[in-house]
Design a protein around this ligand. Structure first.
Ligand code: ARG
Length: 557
């Protein structure tokens, strides 16, 4: 029985003809105020000219059965549920597929644009956030039933390719060319870019000439470029495999090259773009968004143009209801500008959402080449594994387990924070076995698994066990478990996996108080079974939730 529905019905009976679609029942902020509360009687009172408490009274009289109602303060409805209601709800949640996550997205499509590193460079610590936050949003939307197109908008075009092609030809050995890796490409870029700074400008001109050849479709340069991109994607996929990330497509910036002139023509025809100092611009100063250049004075297109072409192409190919972009918050102006232009161009059937995230520092220091801590993602993950191995080896854990824990720790350290905030990555905090960390939650899961195994029930609840909620600790845990589907919905609505991470951490803490205060295996059978059923449901919720965050859940640690 849905509490919100029940309370809405009572409102509708008390005040026929009014609209109560927005009436909400939320968990009580304090157990002293009951289990749930509803503050909507105050609003309706104003409308119908009643004193708030009297309006609340009229509603309260019509809520019965499973709920005890109290009117508090100026007219809040405090609701207390019965143990039978709770037992019924827990059983329904335990029986529901996907832990009751509502299929709100069924028949709906979204594109999620995330990770999107630049090609020919190794991924580094700065790429974690877009990858990990984007992946969690991706998983959460899929769990809600959305059809998701995960699109990696690679930075795979631009002046760097002229420098790279020249460097490839002249700065590498035969073997380096033969066994080309991203690391070699990176090295070749550095060498070639340094030469491009030489006084005579010859190298720079040669790079420029290679770029022009590439842009004009020269077969050899195009083949080289393709090879660079393939090698880059291969290397990125090696990282993604470690992180449990999978893309449906890799349409990088280059994919939109041929569509850019059309976009600019459209902007001109619609009177949205105008000439300014040889360039074409869209003036957004009325909206306080400055000016966006859509074609440079040298005739080249830029980021804004490519993102506009990209929206057009995604609408045409996928017709999604939403496109979600996960990038760092320094790109906010870019997204505001191009969202505004896209709307003016008539792309109004698709909702464009930017999920900006704050910068990450590493062990208290800004991440920069100068600080010498622009750590390669590969190295960071290797260190996570090494550190975890030290912890799990004591308990007989192997390398695979060390990866599950180490990579989980790195991800959770990010996901447990609101994406909008700047964060600091710290090894001790990320790997702490106590406190709000990935390993803490993974241990909680492993512990509940071993408890259920000890009880001889695997990870299911004991056959025929009925939920029964009696003690305060049981009740708090039970109420919390019922909030799981809501937490997933809220995380998706806010585009914040941290909402789910917070929920899981709180749930694990409530589980731990329940576990400490409630003997399980030694209790008499019906209590033991009811408690085991609660444990099993906790295990399911935790596993499902961690999986949505992209964190693995080993059964034995
Ligand atoms: N490649 C860009 C970067 O490294 C991110 C691309 C984000 N996606 C987009 N459609 N603009 O910052």
């Amino acid at each position: 029985m849905d509490l919100t529905e029940l309370v809405r019905t009572a409102f509708a009976e008390a005040f026929p003809g009014e609209d109560f679609a927005n009436v909400k029942v939320v968990p009580a902020t304090d157990p002293r105020f009951g289990d749930y509360q509803c503050n909507d009687a105050l609003k309706i009172a104003k409308k119908v000219g009643l004193k708030p408490r009297d309006a609340a009274q009229k509603v309260a009289e019509r809520i019965g059965g499973a709920l005890k109602v109290e009117i508090a303060g100026p007219g809040f409805l405090n609701l207390t549920v019965s143990p039978e209601w709770l037992a019924g709800e827990l059983a329904a949640l335990a029986a529901a597929p996907k832990c009751g996550i509502p299929q709100k997205g069924a028949g709906r499509k979204v594109v999620i644009d995330y990770s999107s590193p630049n090609a020919a460079k190794q991924m580094h610590i700065g790429h974690i956030r877009s990858t990990v936050i984007g992946c969690a949003i991706d998983r959460i939307f899929r769990a809600l039933g959305y059809e998701v197109v995960a699109d990696n908008h690679l930075g795979d075009w631009g002046t760097q390719f002229g420098i790279l092609i020249k460097g490839y030809r002249e700065c590498l050995s035969d073997d380096e060319r033969k066994y080309l890796t991203v690391a070699t490409l990176e090295k070749c870029y550095v060498l070639s870019a340094a030469k491009a700074k030489e006084e005579d400008g010859l190298w720079k001109d040669a790079c420029r000439a290679e770029l022009v050849k590439l842009q004009q479709g020269d077969a050899e340069n195009l083949a080289l470029w393709k090879r660079f991109i393939e090698i880059s994607i291969g290397e990125f996929e090696r990282m993604y495999a470690k992180l449990g990330v999978k893309f449906d497509t890799y349409r990088g910036e280059s994919y939109y090259n041929s569509m850019m002139p059309g976009i600019v023509e459209k902007l001109l025809a619609m009177g949205l773009a105008k000439e300014s100092e040889g360039a074409l611009i869209v003036d957004l100063s009325e909206e306080k968004l400055g000016v966006a250049i859509v074609r440079k004075s040298d005739g080249g297109y830029n980021y804004t143009t490519s993102d506009l072409a990209c929206v057009e192409s995604r609408v045409k190919d996928y017709n999604p209801e939403r496109i979600i972009y996960v990038t760092d918050d320094r790109q906010q102006l870019h997204f505001k500008q191009f969202f505004s232009i896209a709307a003016k161009m008539g792309f109004t059937g698709v909702k464009l959402v930017h999920v900006p995230f704050g910068l990450m520092s590493y062990q208290g220091k800004a991440i920069s080449t100068r600080e010498g801590n622009l750590i390669k993602l590969d190295d960071l993950l290797a260190e996570a594994k090494r550190r975890s191995l030290e912890i799990v080896a004591e308990r007989g854990g192997d390398e695979h387990l060390a990866e599950q824990i180490g990579y989980g720790a790195v991800k959770y350290a990010d996901l447990s924070h609101d994406p909008a905030t700047a964060i600091d990555f710290n090894w001790d905090k990320a790997l702490a076995l106590e406190g709000n960390s990935g390993p803490y939650l993974q241990y909680a899961y492993a512990r509940v698994c071993s408890l259920l195994e000890k009880a001889g029930v695997g990870d299911a609840r004991p056959e025929g066990a009925a939920f029964a909620v009696e003690t305060p600790a049981e009740k708090r845990l039970a109420l919390q478990l019922l909030e799981f589907p809501g937490a997933v919905v809220r995380a998706a609505e806010a585009y914040k996996p941290s909402v789910l991470a917070d929920y899981l951490f709180q749930t694990a803490q409530l589980y731990s108080s329940f576990y400490q205060s409630s003997p399980i295996l030694k209790s008499e059978e019906s209590v033991r079974n009811a408690r085991l059923a609660l444990c099993a449901l906790f295990g399911d919720v935790l596993k499902t939730g961690l999986t949505l965050l992209g964190i693995e859940t080993p059964r034995h640690i």
